[in-house]
Ligand binder design. Structure first.
Ligand code: SF4
Ligand code: SF4
Length: 159
């Protein structure tokens, strides 16, 4: 019998017994570590969420938000570039004429289906107006219905 890299297996490897004991030892070691919550290097690597919340790193792509102009209106000009670049097809925009002649359009409806989103960040990259960001650091988007995870314009503007 040979191993994966065509080297001859030793007697111990052939009977698997030592390897099984080694595996059980590793499992027991992790179980005891978790049981006594030993922290630090080599210790427990999980956190007791939601009591403990991990701080996310800079650049983490979390829940989207829509940014505002100085007057509080959405920066979005409903150009559709984000929706066009979205690989998950989860952004819905309905454009409307803006009353300000210097601004061509604004999003009457702007929705993101956070369940379909794959958090690739392409929408943020595509936006020419810095109107959409993913810097909220929010990652615990959970709810009981699919509909409630289709985030509407007001929610995105106030995130
Ligand atoms: S992060 Fe990616 S998948 Fe999610 S809305 Fe933006 S472009 Fe679409
Ligand atoms: S968020 Fe940016 S890319 Fe998307 S429609 Fe608005 S202005 Fe265009």
């Amino acid at each position: 019998m040979t191993s994966k890299n065509n080297q001859k297996m030793s007697f111990h490897e052939k009977i698997y017994l030592v390897e099984i004991v080694k595996g059980l030892f590793i499992t027991l070691k992790h179980a005891l570590t978790n049981l006594f919550h030993r922290s630090g290097p080599g210790g427990i690597r999980t956190v007791e969420y939601p009591e403990q919340v991990k701080t996310v790193t800079t650049g983490f792509r979390g829940q989207h938000r829509l940014t505002r102009r100085d007057d509080g209106s959405p920066r979005c000009t409903a150009c559709m570039l984000c929706a066009t670049s979205c690989p998950a097809d989860c952004i819905t925009i309905v454009a409307a004429e803006h009353e300000d002649p210097t601004i061509e359009k604004y999003p009457l409806i702007y929705e993101i289906d956070e369940l379909r989103c794959v958090f690739c960040g392409l929408c943020v990259e595509a936006c020419p107006c810095d109107a959409i960001r993913m810097d909220t650091c929010i990652y615990d988007m959970a709810d009981f219905t699919r509909e409630s995870l289709i985030y509407k314009k007001d929610l995105l503007l106030n995130s």
